[in-house]
Design a protein around this ligand. Structure first.
Ligand code: D41
Length: 672
């Protein structure tokens, strides 16, 4: 090869190394991809081709060397020159107050500045960079020594093999957490299930299991990530900025990933607010956290405070309530839903999860029970996150008692005895009884009466159970034929409540077309589809006569929804119920209230308590005017409607410069 070609190839090779590092940094650290994946792949392949021709050019920090050679026999042990300490925990406000008091007293100051950050639920790791090159990675182990997991850590794309910029110390030991994003975890588990491999219980276990692989080729296939939050060895010490928050800024400049959910806080009130604000968005974060961490911000003050045994006095983790707990399965029942869907449910010995006592947990469907192999008598881990229904995550197989038997799906509906059918390719088994099945009738009535549908206040499950069991009500139309005596005769029903319920039933007659459509409980027809249908057809008669092609003309209505509507309307008993309801005096207005303004194209977010309207009502008014109402504030939000006790959404809106209005301002926009 000529000298020029070699020279130009060396240049090209160097260019590819820098360019690929820049693209990986943008993608994995900044979450802001610069080019399509295919373009990255093309450059990466070119790099591999050059290395193929010139194996002697390959250096350990080449991006091609993320996945190393042969599997290890064992992990070597690494002594931490600076011990990896643990964090003290605060479980309640008083612990936090005591922490702040100790810091102020220890520093002899009225007020201390803290850095607030997230407590990631992963594995603590130390990364040693010498002259900017990653040379070693070790787990925390017992804090004094851990395991050498360099080969595995090198496969993590968020971790730079080489630091960026000019301000690089001789030796820098970055400490942080290796973790897995929720969606990566789910994808990985789905793949594992498909291939008949073991699934992990949660992202933390998945991250730990992936790092513990002796073959880094396996780790390379696991979607791990990393956030930096601490410092070990540093040479020279003069490189050190004055505070923790500045250290993290400096890390970002070096190309290290640092979580952007962090703040500098000046008072116990601000610590509390940070804890609360992060708590509100905990479930919507793309990764799991188990708390927040507060650290005295100035390093000089951290030094003054020092350590007690193995934990620093200058830092504390304020934990959120655990979302998982162990308990035992007392029984497995099946429940019948409104559309006949059969859901296996585990009856549990009562256990407190995230501050609530849980006695039932969903097992989703037959396949799930079989896959997890949940049995009566088993010890299981139960998870309850946010407002979602508690679920059984996994069985602790070691604790299984002798003589248990696997779950078998019943062949007959436990309520009506109709056979249970399961359509091929569908996960859900259904009771074939339809409205003959009392369970389905009950669910259908509860749905009909719910607030967002016909809004019959006081018609709860206890009453519906009795009405159906005594055969007083078979269809929604029967509700409007109920008399005082029938109601007053029910258990837990005085004459006052019977009166109130009758009145609520009467009031519900005045409703809107959209609510009525939604109330019918047609499969796949939710609230928003009902609104679209109401707007398009304008009357019940038109909707009842609609053909498949007419339905497909409606906004957001696809074949599944359209077919479901056609099949519902083709059942004569459904048409009869609708006609009876209308004959019994249900009156359908096209829309709620009257609106003359057009707010289409605008996006609103509502937060806090409004003085006169409920949030649902405010949402309804805005949607009627064509506006979109979203759940979270972003740059795209046109207005935030803020009431009393508006929390983090208000902060976010102010930060992003989003217009903030109150209820009055909103009503003015609506021309009211
Ligand atoms: O996110 C975390 N898990 C986290 C862990 C964090 N944000 N900060 C931490 N800071 C420390 C000190 C203050 C001791 C440097 C930590 C940990 N330690 C830690 N992780 C595991 C043991 C200790």
């Amino acid at each position: 090869m000529s000298k020029e070609t070699i020279e130009s190839q060396t240049k090209r090779y160097q260019f590819l190394q820098t360019e690929l590092a820049r693209l990986e940094h943008a993608y994995y650290v900044l979450d802001d991809p610069l080019v399509p994946d295919a373009e990255y792949d093309r450059l990466y392949r070119e790099l591999l081709e050059i290395e193929n021709r010139h194996p002697d050019w390959i250096r350990p920090d080449s991006l091609s060397q993320r996945v190393g050679g042969t599997p290890l026999k064992d992990f070597a042990s690494v002594r931490h020159a600076v011990p990896m300490l643990s964090l003290n925990n605060a479980f309640e406000d008083a612990d936090l107050v005591a922490f702040d008091r100790r810091c102020r007293e220890g520093l002899n100051r009225q007020q201390v500045t803290y850095a607030g950050e997230l407590k990631f639920d992963g594995l603590a790791i130390a990364l040693r960079y010498e002259r900017g090159i990653l040379v070693q990675a070790a787990t925390r182990g017992d804090g004094s020594s851990g395991e050498d997991v360099t080969a595995n850590i090198r496969t993590i794309r968020a971790i730079p093999l080489k630091l960026l910029g000019n301000n690089i110390p001789e030796v820098l030991e970055v400490r942080g957490e290796v973790f897995m994003h929720r969606h990566d975890f789910e994808k990985m588990n789905q793949l594992a299930a498909k291939q008949g491999e073991k699934e992990f219980a949660n992202p933390r276990n998945a991250a730990a299991g992936s790092l513990r692989q002796l073959d880094s080729k396996i780790t390379a296939k696991r979607p791990l990530s990393f956030f930096a939050y601490g410092l070990g060895v540093l040479e020279p010490n003069s490189w050190l900025p004055k505070s923790h928050s500045e250290l993290l800024d400096r890390y970002l400049q070096l190309g290290l990933p640092v979580c952007s959910e962090r703040a500098v806080l000046d008072s116990i009130d601000q610590l509390r607010q940070f804890y609360q604000a992060i708590g509100l968005k905990r479930e919507s974060l793309p990764y799991e956290i188990d708390g927040v961490v507060f650290k005295v911000n100035a390093f000089s003050e951290q030094n003054t405070l020092g350590f007690v045994s193995r934990a620093p006095r200058f830092a504390i983790a304020h934990k959120y309530p655990a979302q998982e707990a162990l308990t035992t399965v007392l029984g497995i029942d099946v429940q019948v839903g409104r559309t006949g869907a059969i859901t296996p449910v585990a009856r549990l010995a009562p256990v407190e999860v995230g501050g609530v006592t849980v006695t039932n947990a969903t097992l989703h469907n037959e396949d799930e029970v079989i896959r997890k192999d949940v049995r009566v008598g088993d010890t299981v881990s139960v998870r309850r996150a946010g407002d979602v229904i508690p679920e059984v995550v996994l069985v602790i197989k070691d604790k299984r008692p002798k003589h248990t038997s696997a779950f078998v799906m019943p062949l007959k509906c436990p309520i009506c005895g109709s056979h249970i059918e399961r359509i091929i390719d569908e996960a859900v088994a259904r009771c074939s009884g339809g409205l003959f099945c009392a369970a389905q009738r009950k669910q259908a009535l509860l749905h009909f009466a719910q607030r967002r549908a016909m809004d019959i206040e006081g018609l709860g499950d206890k009453i519906v159970d009795q009405l159906v069991d005594r055969n007083l009500v078979r269809t929604p139309a029967d509700l409007y034929r109920l008399g005082f005596n029938a109601l007053a005769d029910l258990e837990r029903m005085g004459s006052k409540s019977a009166d109130n319920l009758l009145q609520a039933i009467e009031f519900s007659k005045k409703t809107t077309l959209a609510r009525f459509i939604y109330a019918l409980g047609i499969r796949h027809v939710g609230e928003s589809t009902s609104k679209d249908l109401s707007r398009y057809f304008g009357s019940m008669a038109a909707l009842m006569d609609a053909k498949l092609d007419d339905l497909l003309m409606v906004n957001d209505v696809g074949p599944v929804v359209a077919n479901s509507l056609v099949s519902f309307m083709s059942e004569s008993h459904n048409r009869e119920v609708i006609e009876q309801l209308l004959a019994l005096g249900i009156s359908l207005n096209q829309e709620e209230g009257s609106v003359n303004v057009d707010l289409s194209g605008l996006t609103f977010v509502i937060t806090g308590t409004l003085p006169t309207l409920s949030r649902d009502d405010a949402k309804g008014l805005l949607e009627l005017a064509g506006a979109k109402v979203a759940g979270s504030v972003s740059k795209k939000t046109s207005y935030l409607v803020a009431g009393d006790d508006a929390g983090s959404k208000l902060d976010k809106a102010l930060e992003l410069g989003v217009n903030v209005i109150d209820e009055e301002g909103m009503l003015r926009l609506l021309g009211k």
